[in-house]
Design a protein around this ligand. Structure first.
Ligand SMILES: *[C@@H]1O[C@H](CO)[C@@H](O)[C@H](O)[C@H]1NC(C)=O
Length: 197
């Protein structure tokens, strides 16, 4: 009898631990897969914006994205050291292509990025459960959001589900998926690039 009670208690304890570790283990944001030795060169090239997450309705964190159909980014070395050039081609819902660019400042020994001209904003990199994606967390005085980017325009559904889980564990339950119904804007051409903040 005592043995049965004990094993029941152990079972109960095990289930409770499972419940509390969903966010601790599986869902929690992790930077574990970020390759620091190759940082930042492994992120150079093209990225597609797949989804964003924020705390909830009324949160200004997702406002900038609601008029987007799709967005493609390119990240490359800047002419100056310890700086990365991030260029975007945003396809607005109304069909226009909107070029944008930002400068990321890189600090030696860290994978956190600072945005030039936005000293309050910090961008942290987290691993994605699929090989060709990355999760960014942007935080500033007004905004806290998670962004999911992929090397290809489509990600397996499971990766998007894992992103939602990670967001939920960070208490970010409002998810915005980019519609991606229109063609992607091209990078070539002499578009007048606006610097954004
Ligand atoms: C299309 O939408 C964008 C974003 O809302 C806006 O900035 C732009 O002026 C619009 N363009 C046209 C031609 O309506």
């Amino acid at each position: 009898m005592l043995r049965q009670v004990l094993s029941f208690l152990l079972y109960l304890y095990g289930s409770l631990v499972d419940l509390f570790t969903v966010c601790e283990e599986a869902g929690k944001l992790s930077a574990g897969e970020i390759n620091r030795l190759e940082f930042p060169s492994q992120y150079f090239g093209s990225w597609y914006f797949i989804a964003a997450a924020a705390a909830g309705p009324g949160d200004p964190s997702l406002e900038a994205f609601t008029s987007m159909d799709n967005t493609r980014f390119r990240i490359q070395e800047d002419l100056q050291p310890n700086r990365l050039l991030l260029t975007a081609r945003i396809r607005a819902n109304n069909g226009s292509c909107m070029p944008r660019e930002w400068i990321y400042l890189v600090t030696e020994g860290s994978t956190d990025l600072q945005t030039k001209g936005r000293t309050d904003r910090i961008t942290e990199l987290f691993s994605c459960t699929c090989p060709d994606c990355i999760i960014l967390q942007e935080t500033d005085l007004k905004v806290k959001r998670l962004l999911l980017y992929s090397r290809s325009p489509q990600l397996p559904e499971a990766c998007v589900e894992d992103f939602k889980k990670a967001a939920s564990c960070s208490r970010l339950k409002e998810i915005l998926l980019l519609p991606q119904t229109q063609e992607y804007c091209e990078f070539q051409g002499n578009e007048d690039v606006q610097t954004s903040s």
